[in-house]
Design a protein around this ligand. Structure first.
Ligand SMILES: [Ca+2]
Length: 272
């Protein structure tokens, strides 16, 4: 018997095991680093709903948010926030493919990853928003080019895809005839909660390029994706890690029920 035949194929595409999901609407009970209670962080949001809740959440997430610059933010992303178990292996946002060893932005690029802005830079992710890790993720460079600045959505007719089965990401036309991009299922809720955060953070303190062009089209899909892919412990841990470097949290990861209480579907989203 040749021992070589028993060696793992190092070039095979690798994925992490699926992590357990918590029920949608589950309230976070863990403590923030340093022991400060999440209840205190969200105190001014309690008892509010609709536009009033949205305003309260905007003020909460704006407070203490530090702009470290885009270069540092991406090093934090590749070196810390996306590698919480410290195994130096990073996931592609779109398919879940795992690559490594990656310890910073530079060797992330060497492995074919760059940084995906789920709210595109061309739609207003500039200034402090360009470096906001709540909506940034490592992604395969080629797949990221295919997504470009398309809205996210459910593809009905595929014109391009990568990966297979539950790990497939695809581009194509949605039920309304708009060209959209659809990532693998396990990340749909994460993207939705990140984009709902982005709207909450920036729609009321806009960058000069800010536009709702994508968000208006995406919103019904994001609300559905939030339900279909509930918050996981890994997503909560990521929220903690992002707070550690930039000073604010994603409320919709801590309290998914806020999404229902804001009533996004009937909200006046504001000017485009
Ligand atoms: Ca998920």
């Amino acid at each position: 018997m040749q021992l070589a035949s028993l060696s793992p194929v190092s070039t095979a595409v690798q994925f992490r095991p699926v992590s357990p999901t918590l029920a949608a609407g589950t309230t976070a009970t863990h403590q923030r680093e340093g022991g400060e209670d999440l209840t205190k962080y969200y105190a001014t949001a309690q008892g509010k709903e609709g536009a009033e809740l949205l305003r309260a959440l905007h003020l909460i997430v704006r407070t203490g948010h530090v702009d470290r610059g885009y270069a540092q933010a991406r090093d934090e992303l590749f070196g810390e926030v996306e590698d919480l178990d410290g195994d130096n292996r990073i996931e592609d946002l779109f398919t879940g493919e795992v690559r490594g060893p990656i310890t910073d932005r530079k060797n992330g690029y060497d492995k074919g990853f760059n940084t995906e802005h789920t709210w595109p830079q061309s739609k207003g992710a500039t200034g402090i928003a360009q470096s906001d890790l709540h909506h940034l993720h490592p992604a395969d460079t080629i797949t990221n080019e295919r997504r470009g600045h398309l809205p996210y959505g459910d593809v009905v007719t595929i014109d391009w895809s990568v990966g297979e089965g539950v790990h497939q990401a695809k581009r194509g036309v949605d039920a309304l005839g708009t060209t959209v991009f659809e990532p693998h299922a396990a990340v749909k809720g994460d993207i939705a909660r990140g984009l709902l955060y982005f709207y909450t953070r920036y729609a009321q303190s806009r960058t000069s390029d800010f536009t709702l062009e994508n968000f208006r089209h995406e919103l019904p899909t994001l609300l559905a994706w939030n339900k279909a892919d509930p918050v996981t412990d890994a997503e909560r841990a990521r929220n903690d890690a992002v707070q550690k470097v930039q000073g604010n949290r994603n409320p919709y990861v801590d309290h998914p029920e806020f999404i229902d209480q804001v009533k996004f579907a009937t909200l006046d989203l504001g000017r485009d």
